[in-house]
Design a protein around this ligand. Structure first.
Ligand code: B12
Ligand code: SF4
Ligand code: SF4
Length: 361
């Protein structure tokens, strides 16, 4: 049964599939400690859902197995550290793409043999029920993935697939089916600490510990308010997400291109024209980013991030639009645009056309 599920998952575009017992992973208490230190910042939903997050049986009553899946997402031509848009976001929204494949897998499982029937799960596992999540439910996806043998949680806190590196999304199906668990993966970081050294803000405060309040992915994707002034220069050219710690990992020498995501690549997110992005109005923003992960930022937080980047890159050609934005009624946009204007002016570089300042991933 497990091999048939793995084969079906592969046919649907997943690159790895493993099985873990649906129970609190051994590292669950680490999650609680992390919350107690306040490392989640404004992501209060993590605290609210903590008891369920730590025990999959509270998410799906009667759950016996977690089927854990991974799909690689390294986009073509991606090199170096972080670009304006993190690698994971240069496609249609992965929640949708993986979500569709997950639904197909669940439909297939649901139609398969019942528990106890030939080819089915262990007898006595009762009614078949499923709950599938792609970053959409209260599940410790990385910890379950490690338990299911997919890969190990690296010191940067992301799952590393030994055969494919860390550029992979995760998805989980909790089910009442009883399937024998795979062997958990062993950590293979060894003495390496490249990801800690690569982080521009020292957000990885110790191996396996990330303080979201210092993480640029958090500030550009999740945070609702002002980006702290002391972190703005470190944002560099990142408009959305950060890849530096991931790009440092030597296991990425085994990374291959994405099978599942490839048809959903958004080339305009690989080589953005920042000046054009700054000029987008609300409707233009919606049209341009519909169906991508950037859509959930909404226009004002997108402008917040883009203003900081324009300031960091010293885009003098963007001064007129930044000055206009600094007079906007919304203090979030006005404040960050004003900061960018001051940063550019303080550099004293002659004004240049933005076209020659195109940003490349
Ligand atoms: C909240 C969140 C964030 C937050 C916090 C990140 C974090 N490291 O916790 C922010 C916004 C910063 C973020 C950023 C990113 N995210 Co995110 N995020 C999540 C989310 C929704 C929850 C993660 C969570 O619970 N964090 C809390 C911490 C404590 O949990 P944890 O890291 O899993 O910790 C476990 C272990 O590390 C271990 N542990 C903790 N401390 C210690 C200490 C020791 C000594 C040991 C041994 C173990 C240990 O125990 C913990 C509990 O089991 C998950 C989806 C999900 N439901 O899981 C996606 C997820 C983790 N994110 C993902 C991605 C792709 C990213 C980014 C790469 C995006 C980007 N390029 O900008 C960055 C990576 C930043 C980074 N270095 O982690 C992917 C990661 C895939 C993978 N291969 O691991 C996930 C799984 C989404 C998905 N479905 O694919 N993310
Ligand atoms: S995503 Fe960026 S800021 Fe966050 S821990 Fe990794 S390198 Fe540091
Ligand atoms: S860069 Fe090194 S320490 Fe960090 S996750 Fe990869 S192997 Fe582990």
């Amino acid at each position: 049964m497990k091999e048939r599920i793995r084969q079906r998952a592969r046919e649907l575009g997943f690159d790895a599939c493993g099985f873990a017992a649906a129970q609190p992973p051994p590292t669950a208490l680490r999650f609680q400690e992390w919350l107690e230190r306040g490392c989640q910042g404004e992501m209060e939903y993590l605290r609210r859902t903590a008891p369920r997050r730590m025990d999959p049986r509270r998410v799906l009553p009667g759950a016996r197995t977690a089927i854990v899946l991974a799909a690689q997402y390294l986009p073509p031509g991606a090199a170096g550290n972080s670009g304006p848009v993190a690698r994971y976001a240069r496609y249609d929204d992965y929640h949708e793409v993986l979500g569709r494949a997950l639904d197909q897998l669940i439909t297939w499982l649901d139609a398969g043999p019942a528990p106890g029937e030939p080819g089915g799960a262990a007898p006595g596992s009762g009614e078949k029920r499923f709950a599938g999540y792609v970053d959409t439910g209260p599940v410790l996806e990385r910890a379950l993935a490690q338990e299911a043998g997919l890969g190990f949680i690296g010191k940067h806190t992301n799952l590393v697939l030994p055969q494919a590196g860390n550029w992979a999304f995760l998805a989980v199906i909790l089910t009442t089916l009883e399937l024998p668990p795979d062997a958990p993966a062993k950590n293979r970081c060894g003495a390496c600490a490249r990801c800690l050294a690569a982080c521009p803000t020292r957000a990885i405060t110790a191996p396996y510990q990330l303080d979201a309040r210092r993480c640029l992915a958090y500030w550009t994707i999740e945070a609702k308010g002002d980006i702290p002034e002391e972190l703005r220069p470190a944002l560099g050219e990142r408009v959305f997400g950060c890849d530096d710690c991931l790009a440092a990992c030597p296991w990425n020498r085994f990374a291959a291109g994405s099978r599942m995501l490839k048809p959903f690549l958004r080339p305009e997110l690989c080589a953005p024209d920042l000046a054009a992005w700054l000029r987008l109005d609300e409707a233009g923003f919606k049209t341009r980013f519909q169906g991508t992960p950037l859509e959930r930022l909404k226009h004002r937080r997108f402008l917040r991030n883009a203003c900081v980047v324009a300031g960091n890159l010293g885009l003098r050609g963007a001064l007129p639009i930044l000055e206009a934005l600094s007079r906007q009624a919304d203090p979030l946009v006005a404040g960050h645009a004003g900061w960018a204007v001051r940063r550019i002016e303080s550099r004293g570089v002659p004004r240049a056309g933005l076209e020659s300042e195109a940003v490349a991933c």
